[in-house]
Write a protein that binds this ligand. Structure first.
Ligand code: HAM
Length: 404
């Protein structure tokens, strides 16, 4: 609806602009895929596959089980392999945007249908690619004027990750009686999930840390990612508990957190998934990517800005003021401001009520007195202060105070 739809569109438009500057091209992927695709990629023991998928048996002859996509990565990998790119032209950079579906308990920032904007890069095993993905999110953050925190971790690769997994498994077995039901049930199949458990927080904090198990190559890769992020001016913190809920990650994982959207604070997340293309039947091609929660970013945007709606509501008191007001409003719009010319023939109080209702940052009031002085009364509706401003200076005064 209205303002909400506008914020969602603003996030999507900005994200397109940012990633296209990085030479990433759009890919359109289907909303429906075979259920197995997600079982073989997101992971049988991930919450997404175990509990959250909407699936149904099709009436085709083979009675195929289809699922509404809970995430975009598996569909992009499938399309990439089906097009034969993994063998003919492996280095590809894609982005997608669209609805995803997860059967979760809805709350602020957590929906059963939500929109993701994702990027997937194939054929690049270098640390610069991992860093570049976070740089993209950081550029978006700057353009939207948001404060976000970056958390990163490394899960290791096929060489060192099994040792880390084994250490967590043994730790879990030693504390079996203290684990929550979920962690206990999936310990043998997916011990790493213990680390991001929201219930066993104390146990998770004391558990073995992946950084202590990294092989030399993974350690060097992680150090380079961090150096490049620092060089690019992206502040980040290492979070050893960041294992992610999906199974395909190797090496770098990251999450981007906003403090403005409540408990559901991850606005973007991703990482490297070097084995996934091969696991889904393709060639051994490196992969890495992220997805942003468009709805959560839009919420953060609304929380960060006083108003995503009108910059100014123009109140003209009388016919002559209205003629002047029309011309002024046109000039303001030409300068990129969002302006609503309020209905004539109402008293100032009613006009200010309307300005407030539409969430305008400023009311611009023109009466006989202002007409005579070639000025306007500029009322800041956030601070409830007002001052007389020359009509020629109005645009500068409003643009200067705009939070965007
Ligand atoms: P994910 O962490 O499951 O990762 O989701 C990415 C983002 O989607 C989350 O950080 C969050 O902002 C948003 N999101 C997830 N679930 C919901 C929900 N129920 N309501 C609102 N927003 C939600 C992935 O999906 C991976 N495919 C990311 C990736 C791409 N990794 C590599 N490439």
């Amino acid at each position: 609806m209205g303002a909400q739809a506008r914020s969602l569109a603003a996030v999507e438009d900005c994200a397109r602009k940012v990633v296209e500057r990085h030479n990433v091209s759009e890919i359109r992927i289907p909303v429906l895929e075979r259920l197995e695709l997600f079982q073989h990629s997101s992971g049988e023991t991930s919450d997404v596959v175990e509990k959250q998928m909407y699936s149904f048996v099709d009436r085709d002859e083979a009675e195929t089980t289809l699922a509404l996509r809970p995430e975009g990565t598996p569909g992009v990998v499938r399309a990439y392999i089906e097009a034969g790119m993994d063998r003919s032209d492996p280095e590809q950079r894609f982005y997608y945007v669209g609805p995803m579906f997860r059967r979760e308990r809805p709350q602020k920032g957590r929906f059963r249908q939500f929109s993701q904007f994702g990027v997937e890069i194939f054929g690049r095993a270098d640390a610069a690619t991992d860093a570049e993905l976070m740089v993209m999110v950081d550029e978006l953050r700057r353009e939207l004027g948001l404060e976000l925190n970056f958390e990163i971790n490394s899960l290791g690769d096929a060489e060192c990750r099994p040792r880390f997994r084994q250490a967590v498994l043994e730790y879990g077995r030693a504390h079996l009686a203290e684990l929550c039901e979920d962690c206990r049930n999936r310990l043998e199949r997916n011990p790493l999930r213990l680390l991001d458990c929201k219930i066993d927080v104390k146990l998770a904090e004391a558990a073995p840390k992946s950084e202590d198990f990294l092989c030399d190559n993974c350690r060097a890769h992680f150090a380079t990612v961090r150096e490049l992020l620092t060089d690019a001016g992206v502040p980040h913190a290492v979070n050893p508990r960041l294992v992610r809920g999906l199974d395909y990650y190797t090496r770098t994982t990251f999450e981007v957190i906003s403090t403005a959207v409540g408990a559901q604070s991850a606005v973007a997340a991703g990482g490297r998934y070097d084995g996934l293309v091969e696991a889904l039947g393709g060639a051994a091609v490196a992969g890495t990517g992220f997805a942003m929660g468009v709805d959560r970013l839009a919420l953060a945007l609304d929380a960060a800005r006083f108003d995503s709606r009108a910059d100014a509501a123009l109140a003209a008191l009388g016919d002559a003021a209205m003629r002047r007001g029309m011309a002024l409003a046109a000039k303001m719009r030409a300068a990129g401001l969002r302006v609503e010319l309020l209905s004539p023939g109402r008293g100032l109080k009613a006009l200010l009520r309307r300005a407030d209702k539409i969430g305008a940052r400023y009311a611009v009031i023109i009466g006989d007195n202002e007409l005579a002085h070639e000025s306007a009364m500029l009322r800041d509706l956030k601070t409830s202060t007002q001052s007389e401003v020359a009509q020629d200076n109005l645009i500068a005064a409003i643009s200067g105070g705009r939070i965007s």
